[in-house]
Write a protein that binds this ligand. Structure first.
Ligand SMILES: [Zn+2]
Length: 234
């Protein structure tokens, strides 16, 4: 079979697949009072992603996309019916995160596959994994443990906060310019050099230093730490 024949065959499968997806989404819509079955479904030949949900954006209509490469029947049945259904539910759960209100306690974990999405998975029986698990059985999933915020003791939270504060302070310190253009510095390996240019970054300062004919770009933080010293006070 040529590639063109294959694409034609896949194209002919689209209505069947669309019907399969729409039927499932109608059932879920009915249960949840949503309108996922009305969201346009497009098919592509992506070899890296099985499917995706695109939220409405400035230049895109809200839509579901599925890869015929995986769900096409003539692709040697790459996915079983159960896996296809889970894929459809996975994407529907993404749609849900945009259209239902998520209880506050399920907002602890950020990310597209965070606790809000997992909560949506639990409502429709989707496997709460952001990767494809072959033949994973829904029976095995303990949603309660997946959805529960891990308990963190007070001391640890405090420690993390302190760490964050220290880190912020360090970044502030690192971003303070400690040299001037024209300053002469010494380096154990390169010898004496002159600061030619200073680049301020959000959390660092990069110095362009001329050692003879050669310009080296060195982070000021590193210079200070490793014993570069400012030779001339200006
Ligand atoms: Zn996903």
């Amino acid at each position: 079979m040529t590639k063109k024949d294959m694409l034609n065959l896949l194209h002919k499968e689209e209505p069947v697949l669309r019907a399969e997806i729409t039927a499932l989404y109608s059932v879920l819509d009915h249960k949840l009072g949503l309108h996922g079955a009305d969201v346009p479904i497009t098919f592509g030949m992506d070899e890296k992603a099985l499917g995706s949900y695109l939220p409405p954006s400035y230049d895109n209509e809200e839509q579901f996309q599925f890869s015929l490469f995986f769900i096409g029947f003539c692709m040697n049945n790459q996915l079983t019916k159960a896996d296809r259904v889970n894929l459809y539910k996975h994407e529907y759960a993404h749609y849900m995160t945009r259209h239902i209100s998520i209880p506050e306690k399920y907002n602890w974990q950020p990310g597209v596959h965070g606790s809000a999405w997992k909560y949506c998975c639990s409502l429709i029986g989707a496997i709460p994994a952001d990767y494809y698990i072959e033949d994973a059985s829904i029976q095995k999933i303990d949603y309660d443990s997946v959805l529960e915020r891990p308990s963190v003791d007070h001391k640890q939270v405090q420690m993390l906060d302190t760490y964050r504060t220290q880190k912020m302070y360090a970044n502030m310190e690192n971003a303070k310019i400690k040299y001037e253009v024209g300053d002469v510095v010494t380096h154990p390996k390169f010898g004496e050099g002159t600061v030619q240019e200073i680049e301020q970054q959000p959390a660092s300062v990069r110095l362009h230093i001329a050692f003879g004919d050669e310009i080296k770009i060195i982070d000021q933080k590193w210079l200070v730490k490793t014993g570069y010293k400012k030779v001339a006070e200006r």
